[in-house]
Design a protein around this ligand. Structure first.
Ligand code: ADP
Ligand code: ZN
Length: 730
C-alpha cells in the first residue's frame, strides 16, 4: 500500500523548480521513492537544479523519456501549509511560483552532505605574495570580522577562484576547518519570570496569551507610545506560545535588530533566539533554516524574509513597528511582510501581533472595521511622560544659506548639554549634501544611469547615487563646463549637519550616525552602545537612530527639516511624516527625565505639522481616512502599480500604450487605468521606467483581472513588467 503523500520509485512526479518556467516539470521518483514536498535535485538540460516535489506528474509524456530525480536532499519535506502559503502569496502578489520558491529556499548549501562541508575564516599573518586576488580575499575576511564562510561563498564574495583561497590556506593566513554540525539552539525557558507588569500591561499580556492559546488565527493591533512596554507585553505572548511547544517569530525592521533588543529577549528566556538578518553568514542561515524545520529553534527574531523559513508549528508572529516601510520588499518579489505575516498565520492557525506607536492607516482601518482586535497601552512605563512638542518657525530664523540649526534650537541643545543630558538632531538625508552644483554653469552632477542626482559623501570622499548605489570620485572640475573648483555642495545631509554642530558646540562630544559611516554593523553597534552609556552629548542621525534604540539620557530631539517628507504629491506623504515625526520625537525622554521635541518648519500651520504637535492621533487618522476614502485609494480602494522598464524609452512607452488601450479585462471589473507616465524615478540603472496605476473598488478581485490584462500584450526583448500590488506610493 502506498501512502497518499509518497511516490514510489519510478512514479511520475511534478517538480517545481526555482528556474523561471511557468509550469511543473515531470520526473520519475528516484530509487527509494520520495515524499510529497521533498527537496530534490533534478536534471534540467545539462544542469542540476533544486526543486520541490509538488504533486503527481502530468503523465502526457512517453514515460521512457522522462528523466529521474537525481537525489532527494537531506532536508525535511516542505509542509503542505508552506506550499499553500507560497501559492497564496504568489497569487496575491502576482509572482511566478519559481520566484516565490526562491524566497523559501534561501538556505544555501541545502544540497551539500554535512560531512563534506569545510568552513574558512581568517588565519594568522599576512599573505607572502599579496596579489590583487589575494588581497581581495583578505579584505573580505577583514570586513566580516571573525565570521566563517564556505569555499564557494568566500571565493564568490572576493571575486576570486577557489584556488586562490586554497593557496592562502596553505600559507596559513586563511584557516580551513570542518563545518560544525547543525546544532539546535539552546532551549528557551518561557517559565522564567518576566518583568513585573503594570495593570495595563498585565491585562494586555493576558489577552494576547489567551489569543495564542486558542490556537486559532487572529490579529491584534498593539498600539502604545514608545516606551509604554509593548515589547514587554508581546514577549509574554511569546512566552505563552513557547510554553505550548509552538514556535514564535518576531519580525523587526532590519535596523531595529539590535544587540540591546536581543539581550532583552535573552534575559527574558535565558538563552539567545535565532537571529535571521541580512548580515547573517551563510553558515548561520543554514543552521537556522534547518533548525527551524526540525524544531531546534523555538524563537526566530528576524527581518522580513524570516517569514519564509520552514516552521514546523508556528503559533505566533509579532510584527514590531508594523507601519515601517522597510517591510515592503521593493526588489524582485514585491511583498509586504506585514500582510504576508497575516496570510501565513491565517493558514497555520497562528496569532499575529502588529505592534506600533503609530500604526499604518491600513492596520488602523482593519481594527476600526473589527477585523483586528485592538489593544492599547496608553501611558509610558513608570513616571515617564510623552515629550513636549513644539515648532520653530524657520521663516523667522532667517539663517544664512549654509546653516540649518536655528538659534532657538541651538539654545535648547545647549541647555541640555549644560544639564548633563543628551540631545539629538535628526535629518532624514544620508551623505554630506544632496546636490553638487557648478557655480559657473549651474550644472548639477547626476548619475549616468539614473534620473537622480549624485549625493556627495564626504566621509567616503565620493559621490553616490542613492538609486543604484553607483559611486564615483568627487571631481574638482565641472563635468559640464570644465570650470575649476566651482563645484559647491547645496543643502544639508547628515554629515554636513555634523560639521555645523562641531562649529556650534566645539567642546561637545558629537556622534554622527549614518549607515555608510561605519565600516561594519559591529562598529555601528558599538557606537550606539557608547551613546546609550552617555559617552556622547549630541547625536546626529538619519532614520537609523529613529528606530528601536533606547537612549535613557536623551531628552531633546531637534528635527532639522520637518517639511522634508511633505513635499511631492504622494498620497501617503502625510501618514509617513506623521509616523516618522512621532517616532523620532518618541526618542526624547525616558525613565524619569521628561523630553522635548522641536520641529523646524517653514509651514508651522500645515495640518500635518499641527496634528503632530497636537498628538491627536485618532483625529489625524480620521482625517486621513476620510481623505483616502473620498479618493477611493487604499485602504478604502484597491490599487496596483505597473512598472514597465527597458533601455529604450520609446519601446517601453509603446508597450505601455498598447496595454493601456487593451484595458477590457480591467473595465469588466470596474477598474481604471491611470497613465502611462514616466515613473517617479524615470530611469534607474540605465532602464527607463514607465508607470501605470490601476484603481478599483475595495471588493474587486483585482489580481484575476490584472492577470488577464497583462497576458494580452506580448512583452518582448529587453522590456520587463513588474506588478506592485498595494504600492507604497501613489
Ligand atoms: P515599547 O516597546 O512600547 O517602546 P518597551 O517594552 O521597550 O516599550 O519598554 C520601554 C522601557 O521600559 C524598557 O526599557 C522596558 O524594559 C521598560 N519597562 C516597560 N515595562 C516595564 C515593566 N513593567 N517593568 C520594568 N520595566 C519596564
Ligand atoms: Zn544611479
Amino acid at each position: 500500500m502506498t501512502r497518499p503523500e509518497f511516490y514510489d520509485e519510478g512514479a511520475l512526479v511534478g517538480v517545481l523548480t526555482t528556474q523561471p518556467l511557468d509550469r511543473l516539470l515531470d520526473y520519475k521518483a528516484p530509487e527509494g521513492g520520495c515524499m510529497l514536498g521533498a527537496f530534490v535535485e533534478v536534471p534540467l538540460g545539462p544542469r542540476k537544479v533544486l526543486g520541490i516535489v509538488w504533486g503527481p506528474g502530468r503523465g502526457d509524456w512517453d514515460i521512457a523519456k522522462v528523466r529521474s530525480v537525481i537525489r532527494v536532499l537531506d532536508a525535511a519535506p516542505m509542509r503542505e501549509e508552506m506550499r499553500t502559503f507560497l501559492l497564496r502569496a504568489a497569487e496575491y502578489t502576482l509572482t511566478p511560483m519559481p520566484a516565490m520558491l526562491r524566497l523559501a529556499t534561501r538556505a544555501p548549501g541545502l544540497g551539500d552532505p554535512p560531512s563534506m562541508r569545510k568552513i574558512y575564516r581568517r588565519g594568522e599573518g599576512e599573505p607572502d605574495r599579496a596579489t590583487d586576488a589575494r588581497r581581495r580575499v583578505m579584505e573580505t575576511l577583514a570586513e566580516y570580522g571573525d565570521l566563517s564562510f564556505t569555499l564557494k561563498e568566500l571565493s564568490e564574495m572576493a571575486g576570486v577562484t577557489s584556488s586562490v583561497v586554497k593557496g592562502l590556506v596553505k600559507q596559513g593566513v586563511v584557516s580551513e576547518e570542518d563545518a560544525p554540525r547543525d546544532v539546535p539552539f539552546r532551549r528557551l525557558d518561557p517559565s522564567l519570570p518576566g518583568k513585573e507588569l503594570t495593570d495595563d500591561q498585565a491585562a494586555g499580556a493576558a489577552m494576547l496569551a489567551e489569543a495564542v492559546r486558542s490556537e486559532t488565527y487572529g490579529t491584534t493591533l498593539l498600539r502604545g507610545v514608545t516606551g509604554s512596554g509593548k515589547t514587554e507585553v508581546y514577549l509574554e505572548a511569546v512566552a505563552a506560545c513557547l510554553a505550548q511547544g509552538r514556535q514564535a517569530l518576531v519580525l523587526l525592521p532590519e535596523i531595529a535588530l539590535t544587540a540591546e533588543f536581543l539581550k532583552r529577549v535573552e534575559a527574558r528566556f535565558g538563552a539567545r533566539p535565532a537571529e535571521w538578518h541580512s548580515g547573517a553568514t551563510m553558515t548561520e542561515r543554514r543552521r537556522i533554516w534547518r533548525m527551524v524545520g526540525q524544531g531546534g529553534a523555538q524563537l526566530v527574531i528576524g527581518a522580513r524574509s524570516a517569514l519564509f523559513l520552514p516552521y514546523q508549528n508556528l503559533g505566533l508572529i509579532v510584527v514590531d513597528e508594523e507601519h515601517d516601510t522597510s517591510y515592503k520588499q521593493e526588489d524582485g518579489v514585491l511583498y509586504n511582510a506585514r500582510d504576508m505575516a497575516v496570510l501565513r498565520a491565517s493558514i497555520c492557525g497562528a496569532h499575529v501581533v502588529l505592534a506600533s506607536a503609530t500604526p499604518s492607516l491600513e492596520s488602523w482601518a482593519n481594527a476600526e472595521a473589527g477585523k483586528y482586535k485592538r489593544l492599547e497601552l496608553t501611558s509610558r512605563f513608570g513616571p515617564a511622560v510623552m515629550p513636549v512638542m513644539g515648532t520653530i518657525d524657520m521663516r523667522a530664523a532667517a539663517l544664512p544659506a549654509d546653516r540649518w540649526v536655528s538659534p532657538d534650537l541651538q539654545k535648547a541643545v545647549q541647555a541640555r548639554i549644560d544639564a548633563g543630558e543628551q540631545a539629538m538632531l535628526f535629518i532624514n538625508r544620508r551623505g554630506y549634501a544632496p546636490i553638487t552644483l557648478c557655480r559657473a554653469c549651474g550644472h548639477q552632477i547626476a548619475c549616468d544611469q539614473c534620473d537622480a542626482r549624485m549625493v556627495e559623501h564626504r566621509f567616503l570622499k565620493r559621490l553616490m547615487c542613492h538609486q543604484c548605489g553607483e559611486t564615483k570620485p568627487m571631481p574638482t572640475t565641472c563635468p559640464s563646463c570644465e570650470a575649476e573648483d566651482r563645484l559647491a555642495p547645496v543643502g544639508p545631509g547628515v554629515e554636513r549637519l555634523g560639521e555645523e554642530a562641531a562649529l556650534l558646540w566645539p567642546d561637545a562630544r558629537i556622534a554622527t550616525l549614518s549607515s555608510d559611516m561605519y565600516g561594519s554593523a559591529r562598529a555601528l553597534k558599538a557606537e550606539i552602545e557608547n551613546i546609550a552609556q552617555g559617552g556622547t552629548d549630541i547625536v546626529i542621525g538619519t532614520q537609523l537612530v529613529a528606530k528601536g534604540h533606547n537612549f535613557p539620557n536623551l531628552t531633546l530631539v531637534g528635527v532639522i527639516d520637518a517639511d522634508l517628507g511633505l513635499q511631492g504629491s504622494d498620497l501617503r506623504a502625510a501618514e509617513r511624516t506623521f509616523q516618522l515625526m512621532r517616532q523620532v520625537a518618541g526618542r526624547a525622554g525616558r525613565a524619569d527625565k521628561p523630553g522635548t521635541a522641536l520641529l523646524q518648519t517653514y509651514q508651522p500651520e500645515h495640518p500635518v505639522i499641527r496634528a503632530i504637535l497636537a498628538g491627536d492621533e485618532e483625529g489625524f487618522w480620521r482625517a486621513e481616512a476620510a481623505q483616502r476614502e473620498a479618493a477611493g485609494v487604499p485602504p478604502y480602494g484597491r490599487m496596483a502599480g505597473i512598472i514597465l522598464s527597458g533601455p529604450d524609452v520609446a519601446a517601453v512607452f509603446d508597450i505601455a500604450n498598447k496595454l493601456a488601450r487593451a484595458d477590457g479585462p480591467l473595465r469588466q471589473v470596474g477598474a481604471q487605468v491611470y497613465g502611462p507616465a514616466p515613473a517617479p524615478i524615470a530611469r534607474v540603472r540605465g532602464r527607463h521606467r514607465v508607470r501605470m496605476l490601476i484603481k478599483a473598488d475595495k471588493g474587486v478581485a483585482l489580481q484575476g483581472a490584472l492577470r488577464k490584462w497583462v497576458k494580452q500584450v506580448q512583452i518582448k526583448g529587453d522590456i520587463r513588467l513588474a506588478i506592485d500590488i498595494d504600492p507604497q506610493s501613489f
